[in-house]
Ligand binder design. Structure first.
Ligand SMILES: [Zn+2]
Length: 452
């Protein structure tokens, strides 16, 4: 796949097999209902899918890597062979159509210092990656939302609860839980009446929320939370999520899961449960799951060096100044700011500064510019022994790395590296956000107190 473009039919065949496997069809069992299309499953989680791979697009993204190599590794054998075979005379005339040719050839090139180089705008390193190419293809097809969207989908995937309970929420929102109304729409011969109360048609909102049994569970789990009249499960869930904190959102997910399980127990095993017991067992399940997560969450970040990763601010040793730096982005104003704070070994404030600038291309570029600003500030003030701390791991790693990065971010990181080499007694460390709150708040306040 990384070298050849698979024929469309083969890509489709592979996807069909995957879909059959996913929905549980097999030769022995027969065909199962495919509740939603493969196309929909391929949508990113933020856009309502499960982020399965679209084979064709992934194939194209992988091939893009070869094209990137031809453009950047001019000395490689394969580039030479391809060049001799496919673009003998002129890359521009061989690759681009007439309109693009004239645009490129008529571009006014300014005299610049240093060598020109090709870099990829979507990557902070400036180097092509299959992941970003695939993401771009999905964004163009509206299968991926921006990373900061606040959709109901993004909200449910952020809930820290057992995956199978989130899966129930996703299925309920995607109308692919086998409740009776939905089954009938899929031409399965069933009664549409709710099997629990036998009073109303069994829609997803009814089964999980409005049915007398479900309503009892919710009253028991959230006696304080009131939800207005709603027409759809998604509206109800959205209201519930907005009225609860992170901990209670996890409880919503497990209670949903438990209610659905109780309905199924009744239908398939003729086992009835009491509402308070269903809620209690859901709460216990969540508690156990959270306990199990504690051990798996403390795995260290492998790329941290000694002195990295502090989660609270620590006083420096005597004669050493600690400078904390952070950047904040104000997207709507197209500006970004940074905060710099210098403190001594007693934790006393020596000096602080906040600066507001015009918007840069990416958050990590803003962080890198903030570190650059901090380094020139340290130089200007004539401080010799300094511990500089940033909470942007990407930036700290880029400055430490010797990798040549072609992007604007890479260039700034390189300048920081250069300054650090001159400032011999200045060290740069990564700390967690919680250890960088003062600089963080100062950066956020930079649009009020800039250049002070
Ligand atoms: Zn009912």
């Amino acid at each position: 796949m990384s070298v050849f473009l698979l024929p469309l039919d083969i890509s489709k065949d592979i996807e069909r097999s995957l879909a059959k496997y996913w929905w549980g069809s097999s030769q022995s069992i027969g065909k199962k209902i495919h509740w939603i299309s493969w196309d929909r499953l391929c949508k990113h989680k933020s856009a309502g899918g499960l982020g399965f791979r679209d084979f064709r697009d992934f194939n194209l993204a992988m091939l893009g890597k070869q094209a990137w190599r031809f453009l950047t590794k001019l000395e490689s054998l394969s580039t030479k062979v391809y060049k001799a075979r496919y673009f003998v005379d002129d890359v521009v005339r061989d690759i681009f159509n007439e309109r693009d040719q004239s645009c490129i050839l008529n571009t006014h090139i300014i005299e610049s210092i240093g060598e020109d180089s090709m870099y990829r705008r979507l990557e902070s390193s400036g180097v092509y990656s299959i992941r970003s190419a695939y993401k771009l293809l999905q964004l163009q097809k509206n299968r991926w939302r921006g990373d900061d969207v606040d959709s109901i989908w993004a909200k449910i995937w952020k809930i820290k609860a057992p995956p199978k309970s989130i899966n129930i929420l996703w299925r309920a929102l995607s109308c692919c839980l086998p409740y009776n109304l939905q089954l009938q729409q899929k031409h399965v011969q069933v009664s549409v009446v709710c099997p629990v109360c036998s009073e109303e048609n069994e829609s997803i909102l009814h089964a999980l929320v409005e049915c007398s049994f479900a309503a009892q569970c919710w009253r028991h789990a959230f006696p304080q939370v009131q939800v207005g009249v709603v027409g759809y499960f998604s509206e109800w869930l959205d209201q519930m999520l907005s009225r609860c904190n992170q901990g209670d959102r996890a409880k919503i997910a497990v209670v949903c899961w438990a209610v659905w399980k109780a309905c199924n127990d009744l239908v398939w095993n003729q086992k009835s449960s009491q509402a308070y017991k269903v809620v209690e067992s859901a709460e216990e399940y969540l508690k156990q799951w959270k306990l199990a997560q504690i051990n798996s969450n403390i795995a260290p970040v492998s790329s941290l060096l000694e002195g990295d990763g502090a989660s609270s601010w620590v006083k420096p040793q005597i004669d050493i100044i600690k400078v904390s730096v952070d950047a904040a982005i104000f997207k709507d104003r197209e500006e970004f700011g940074f905060g710099l704070v210098a403190r001594d070994h007693l934790g006393g404030l020596i000096k602080a500064k906040s600066v507001l600038r015009k918007w840069v291309s990416s958050p990590e570029t803003a962080e890198a510019m903030a570190v650059k600003e901090a380094l020139s500030w340290i130089k200007q003030e004539g401080w010799s022994q300094v511990e500089l701390e940033s909470d942007s791991l990407v930036t700290v790693q880029a400055i430490r790395s010797s990798m040549v990065m072609r992007s604007a971010f890479g260039r700034i990181a390189e300048e920081c590296r250069h300054s650090l080499r001159q400032l011999i007694k200045v060290s740069l460390n990564f700390v967690r956000r919680s250890a960088n709150m003062v600089a963080h708040k100062l950066a956020r306040a930079s649009y009020l107190y800039s250049d002070q």
